[in-house]
Design a protein around this ligand. Structure first.
Ligand SMILES: *Cc1c(COP(=O)(O)O)cnc(C)c1O
Length: 420
């Protein structure tokens, strides 16, 4: 069959729906909830005229669904990362382990805390490799941030083993994997703290927004204080007996607004549905592609059942074939992409040039006992070898059965052309 990129008939007539799972499911529910906050004239979370307590409802709902005692809404996942790191005490003179493949927020948040990111190569799931993690550790690394990339859980057994062996806390970055599980535990509930994003490009969304989850009462107090000017306002809600004169410290303002809370209460109700329909569509496509395409290789998963369905990764033998596949699939009206242009996160200019906003005493200027390896000298063979060969196809919650059949047809057409 002639490929569309060569002038043939495309596998689909129309482009696929945009890949914003939460946003495409938005409707009257979110509009009504947000409107209700405005009509109540109380858009601030801690007090108001006729207070709707939407943020509190959202936190309680998320906490009970994740089976966690403490959840805090914030303004973003970046704010949540910074808050979580400050809760464990990260600052000037510390190093924090981050994966070589992630969005720049993970490493950027470390620098904004005054610490320096040290990069860890990934395993064949494209997530932080626990063996490589152990290799880069020294006594100056004081937190580990594994990132569950594009719906797929990290090898958390391996990472928690290293964490416990060396006594270093784990902050799970769940921005891209809300609802994913590892061995029947929700991502974000396995390490010491989990952080979530509700920005537009994530599973569910309020445009901007984030959350911090933990089981640890001591860390939670510090999370709340850092996110709210050093205050802890809801002692009675948590039954906490704490004394500002003993534990308060200077903080930020990363408070979630009631408008955001209202939207997220409704989006959270849709998360299970979004994840179950995308997973069914993904599973169907994986099954059909496996039958039609000899030796097709999907992105490795540490928990196939707990992985989300929204992102399907196909590993091609070479970068050239992967690049061709992306272009050829676009011509078939199937959106496909290479995540982060196939590059490790430290290739982004702000990280690569090791630049921060400070006039003096940049985090990089600290006289580390074990000096920081300049980004230009880093070598991450798995990240640089595997990421640019992995073609991701978006699986939208709006796909019809016809859509998934056409996607399978288009992918197998291009695959067979390349791998004859
Ligand atoms: C999007 C993203 C973030 C940042 O989330 P914001 O809510 O936009 O601050 C952090 N980490 C990862 C892995 C992300 O994908």
């Amino acid at each position: 069959m002639k490929l569309a990129i060569h002038g043939g008939e495309p596998a689909r007539r129309k482009p696929l729906p945009p890949n914003y799972p939460g946003a495409v499911m938005m409707g009257e529910e979110e509009a009504g909830a947000a409107g209700g906050v405005l009509l109540s004239k109380s858009p601030f979370r801690y007090y108001g005229i006729n207070h709707p307590h939407t943020v509190r409802h959202f936190e309680s709902r998320m906490a009970s669904d994740l089976n966690m005692p403490f959840v805090l809404g914030t303004t973003s996942c970046t704010a949540s990362l910074i808050t979580a790191m400050k809760a464990v005490g990260i600052g000037w003179g510390d190093k924090v382990a981050v994966p070589a493949v992630t969005f720049q927020a993970t490493a950027g948040a470390v620098l904004c805390c005054g610490a320096v990111p040290v990069y860890v190569d990934v395993d064949n799931s494209l997530n932080m490799d626990p063996d490589q993690l152990e290799k880069i550790l020294d006594e100056e690394v004081r937190a580990i941030i594994p990132v569950h990339l594009l719906g797929s859980p990290c090898n958390m057994d391996g990472i928690m083993h290293v964490s416990q062996k060396f006594g270093i806390p784990v902050i799970e970055d769940v921005a891209q994997s809300c609802g994913a599980r590892y061995e029947n535990k929700y991502c974000g509930t396995i390490g010491n703290i989990g952080v979530f994003s509700f920005q537009l490009n994530k599973l569910i969304t309020s445009g901007e927004g984030g959350a911090v989850v933990t089981r640890d009462k001591y860390l939670f107090e510090r999370v709340v204080r850092y996110h709210d000017q050093g205050l802890f306002r809801e002692t009675e809600r948590y039954g906490m007996n704490i004394d500002d004169n003993e534990t308060a410290f200077a903080g930020q303002n990363y408070r979630m607004s009631e408008l955001t809370g209202a939207v997220l209460v409704e989006q959270w109700k849709k998360l299970g549905h979004i994840n179950s329909i995308t997973k069914a569509a993904r599973d169907r496509m994986v099954l059909d592609l496996g039958e039609e395409c000899d030796n097709i290789t999907f992105r490795f998963s540490h928990d196939r059942d707990g992985e989300l369905g929204a992102y399907l990764g196909i590993v091609m033998p070479t970068v050239k074939e992967a690049d061709f596949m992306v272009e050829a699939l676009k011509a078939e009206n199937i959106s496909a992409y290479i995540q982060y242009a196939g590059k490790p996160v430290y290739m982004n200019p702000q990280l690569f040039h090791m630049r921060t906003a400070e006039r003096a005493n940049s985090p990089y200027d600290y006289p580390f006992k074990h000096p920081i390896v300049p980004c230009a000298e880093l070598s991450m063979p798995v990240a640089s070898g595997l990421l640019p060969r992995t073609v991701f196809v978006s699986v939208s919650p709006l796909l019809t059965e016809q859509d998934t059949l056409e996607m399978t047809r288009g992918i197998s057409k291009v695959y067979k052309y390349l791998i004859a």
